[in-house]
Design a protein around this ligand. Structure first.
Ligand code: GCU
Length: 608
């Protein structure tokens, strides 16, 4: 401890991990009693982390977390949230202030709020996501830290809230790091900030924290799962489950860990969830003083040889890849309204499926897609070449996978957990990815596991999919760019796989500047993009084990890697729709392709 100029300052090593007091993740937040903290927050842009380290670059717990104000005319306090600028939460900072478009580093967020704790209630501070590293303080006390830009986290604050005036300070650092997930190299904009909703969740002393429910057997219509209570009366408690429309009522008793398992046969009237009929049922949990509702669908998903079986029937996934970027002008999408525009374009394309690349999207995106009848490939940002030999990197990837699966495991439309994208074929990567596959299966044995792989070998005019990671996946994803990053798909190369597994062509496409027209051999014209996709479709139709396609990508998106003046200007132009929401010619080509195959029996979408 350093006594300096009468100031008692606790000096800690800069990268010391705050004692992360994260509480187990609370799920189904949209249906809970919450107090929103969305709105205008003061911010301080702090590239040198002046609010976090001292002049010797050692961490101090006094910094900006205390939200100090000079109390005397001679007092030195060199920051002031109250007179600093503001930004909207949720929302990235890059798209809210032109001066911050390229800013990468630390930004402090602060907001005051009045709150009156209710006797007998517990309160949790919940963040939908903060990109990338968040340190959270409430009323001047650091209460938790989270690393990972696209998954939720929460901390119990019951004992820390004042009855009346409170303030929250969050230090957000979106600096890229080699050991991070994603690493310091990725083809999308590094939108920093408190990018999703923030709220206080109010619960009874003992509450329903989490549950899992799914149709575990199609023939017998067996529904199974578990419910988890949290609180002093969690153990040996009665919990009731009701699905009124199905006349289901279950009375369960929790075990010593506060968990109760269940399995029962649904009535013959059960309507399965499908893209054609995205049936959702109102579900009600009652435990002690807590009641929790949700809307859930029931379906089965499995693979059998080359086929993906949805509710026992082979399905072809007519999809499109989507980044979580607002439809017009960019910025992190975070609201159901923004998500709906993107998903409506996917519906117009004729999709029954979307690949939500390359990271977990906001919860409203999944729930909107579920209501609209869109199956989902969800993905964690294990992207390109990350720090495979770093145990902390693997631990963080597993943490993000756990948070994603915990949040979304009751969404019927999610059928695939993807553990990565275009990772290199080296031994340390295979070990890392297998650990992620095992972790995903340990959390959720009901869904399919995949990853977006790459062609690794071309021999005798055949492109071989023989990535060893494929042996551990249920479904193979593969990204190809013939005609854009290599010879045309019309070059006659066949596509083959050493696995007897369904294939989803998870990326293919070409760039075009919307409105730029010319000969189809002229790169960046819409005609060039159209021709490449026509060639791609011809290749796709020769692959008998193809069971899904997600062209890259629905909409042009910002990327600091796309630097060609006029044609790119910081945008990846492979969208079927421009960054201003204008559909390119290629949009209609894919729509026609999907119309042509929609009614063919699966397996006939592709020529034998
Ligand atoms: C890769 C990668 C995408 C990227 C795309 C491209 O396949 O998965 O994230 O944007 O190619 O080069 O445009």
């Amino acid at each position: 401890m350093l006594i300096w100029a009468g100031l008692l300052v606790a000096i800690l090593p800069v990268r010391a991990q705050t004692d992360t007091m994260l509480a187990p993740l609370i799920t189904d937040v949209p249906h809970r009693q919450t107090f929103t903290l969305n709105g205008s927050w003061h911010i301080i842009v702090d590239p040198y982390q002046t609010g976090y380290v001292d002049y010797r670059y050692r961490r101090t717990t006094r910094g900006y977390f205390l939200n100090q104000h000079a109390q005397r005319p001679d007092e030195l306090v060199e920051y002031n949230f109250a007179t600093s600028p503001s930004l909207q939460v949720p929302g990235d900072w890059n798209s809210q202030d032109a001066r911050l478009l390229y800013y990468e580093g630390t930004v402090w967020y602060e907001r005051d709020f009045r709150y009156h704790p209710q006797p007998g209630k517990r309160v949790f501070l919940y963040f939908g996501a903060v990109n990338y590293h968040a340190v959270v303080a409430l009323n001047g006390k650091i209460i938790g830290e989270h690393v990972g830009g696209f998954t939720p986290f929460n901390m119990e604050v019951t004992q820390l809230l004042h009855d009346g005036d409170n303030f929250i300070v969050v230090m957000v650092d979106d600096t890229r790091h080699k050991e991070a997930v994603p690493t310091n190299n990725f083809d999308w904009w590094n939108y920093g900030g408190i990018t999703r909703d923030v709220c206080l969740i109010e619960t009874p002393e003992t509450f329903i924290r989490d549950y899992f429910i799914h149709l575990s057997d199609l023939r017998s219509r067996k529904i199974a799962g578990w419910v988890q209570l949290d609180g002093q009366a969690a153990a040996a408690s009665w919990v009731e489950l009701a699905i009124p429309e199905l006349h289901v009522h279950q009375r369960l008793r929790t075990d010593a860990q506060g968990r109760a398992y269940f399995a029962f046969q649904a009535p013959a009237s059960l309507q399965l969830w499908s893209p054609e009929q995205p049936k959702l049922y109102r579900l009600v949990w009652i435990a002690n003083q807590d009641t929790l509702e949700d809307e859930v669908g029931f379906r089965t998903i499995e693979v059998k040889g080359d086929d993906i079986l949805l509710n026992g029937k082979s399905v072809f996934l007519r999809g499109v890849s989507i980044h979580e970027e607002a439809a017009f002008g960019g910025g992190r999408a975070h609201s159901a309204e923004q998500d709906h525009i993107l998903l409506q374009w996917a519906k117009e394309l004729g999709c029954n499926y979307v690949r939500l690349a390359h990271y977990p999207h906001n919860e409203a995106m999944i729930r909107e897609a579920e209501k609209m009848g869109l199956l989902v490939w969800a993905e964690i940002p294990v992207y390109w070449t990350i720090d495979w030999n770093n145990p902390a990197t693997l631990a963080n990837a597993k943490q993000q996978l756990s948070e994603e699966i915990t949040r979304d495991k009751n969404r019927a439309n999610i059928i695939i957990w993807s553990v990565g994208n275009e990772t290199p074929r080296i031994p340390e990567r295979l070990q890392f990815m297998k650990a992620l596959v095992d972790h995903a299966r340990s959390l959720d044995s009901t869904r399919l596991i995949s990853a977006a792989l790459q062609i690794s070998r071309v021999a005798h005019d055949t492109s071989w999919l023989d990535d060893p990671l494929g042996a551990y996946l249920d479904v193979l994803g593969c990204n190809i760019y013939p005609g854009w990053y290599g010879p045309s798909a019309d070059s006659g190369a066949r596509f083959a796989s050493i696995y007897q597994k369904p294939l989803i062509m998870s990326e293919f496409g070409a760039g075009a500047l919307q409105g730029f027209h010319g000969d189809s051999t002229q790169r960046w014209t819409e005609e060039f993009q159209y021709r490449v996709l026509e060639e791609d479709i011809r290749l796709l139709k020769t692959i008998p084990f193809l069971r899904g396609t997600t062209p890259w990508i629905l909409k042009d998106f910002r990327s600091p890697k796309r630097l060609l003046p006029y044609y790119q200007d910081g945008w990846n132009r492979k969208g079927l729709v421009s960054d201003q929401g204008v559909k390119k010619e290629a949009f209609y080509l894919i729509r026609q392709f999907y119309q042509d195959i929609a009614n063919l029996p699966v397996g006939r979408q592709v020529a034998k």
